[in-house]
Design a protein around this ligand. Sequence first.
Ligand SMILES: NC(=O)c1ccc[n+]([C@@H]2O[C@H](COP(=O)([O-])OP(=O)(O)OC[C@H]3O[C@@H](n4cnc5c(N)ncnc54)[C@H](OP(=O)(O)O)[C@@H]3O)[C@@H](O)[C@H]2O)c1
Length: 304
Amino acid sequence: MNIFITGGNGQVGFELQRQFAPFGTILAPTRQELDLTNADAVEAYLAKHQPGLILNAAAYTAVDKAESEPQQAKRLNAELPAQLAEYAAKQGIHLVHYSTDYVYPGNGEPPWQEDSPTGPLSVYGQTKLEGDEAVVNSGASHLIFRTSWVYAARGNNFMKTMLRLGREREALSIVNDQIGAPTPARLIAQVTALATSPHASLLTSPQGAHTSQARSAIYHLAPRGETSWHGFASEIFSYAREAGDSLAITPEGTAGIPTVDYPTPAQRPLNSRMALGKLESALGITMPTWQSQLALTLKEHLSN
Ligand SMILES: NC(=O)c1ccc[n+]([C@@H]2O[C@H](COP(=O)([O-])OP(=O)(O)OC[C@H]3O[C@@H](n4cnc5c(N)ncnc54)[C@H](OP(=O)(O)O)[C@@H]3O)[C@@H](O)[C@H]2O)c1
């Protein structure tokens, strides 16, 4: 079976390539090989390679830049998933799509449920929501995983930025009133593999028969627990210090600041908490804590 992974060089896409290697032939074209903004090229690629499973990890993820490039964000985040879902529906194949807590309005303190009212605060969140809606309405057999604060041992992310800044500076001010769960790309790929495996599948019956839309749904996918960006940074520095990394930043050097003191073009939700019960009970798993996942990811990064 051909497994088509979009965004294969991104954080999640790269881990999906690793995780799905035993399940089929991985097709993960680079941006140079397939420009996903080109709908005709995507159509031709699908027709040529006839994938049996599509994992859509590509996205326009530059949250601030999306405010000034809404058309590009819409193509990648809304129109591409719609196109892939239409193809999946027509061919009777599964589509896995990734989304974000930024589709929710970000107010209050209770964790969002998958059926909570949406209300994106940014172009990125709005276009991601349009992508989710297109997939849900397509009739394709699908899983949509809404995740948060993605990072990995490779790629551009908060963990790596903090390590760099922590080596350069003795003091840093970091936002402490946005609350969520940092999610390693590898955990996302592992759960995706579990959810699509014929043995523990959300997409097939216990006998392996295709049940189409039966369990197609939106699921939150994040580790257990919550923290702020300031809490996340403090934990990164603490693990790095323990691992012998030469940081300039001192334990007292990180100051917490409110979001209003760190203005950005796109508004961020203060409440990025997501309830995990639906995913945990569907798969019969207990998600690990964000701290244990950070320790693993950091260890991998520091040993590279
Ligand atoms: N990052 C987060 O904090 C976060 C949080 C919540 C949800 N998510 C969601 O999780 C999913 C994966 O995110 P991620 O962090 O892995 O993203 P990422 O690291 O930014 O990767 C995105 C991938 O999309 C590719 N791409 C973008 N435009 C393209 C184009 N025109 N043609 C071909 N490829 C293109 C990029 O290619 P290049 O490598 O060539 O740039 C990259 O490989 C996305 O759906 C995202 O919305 C992410």
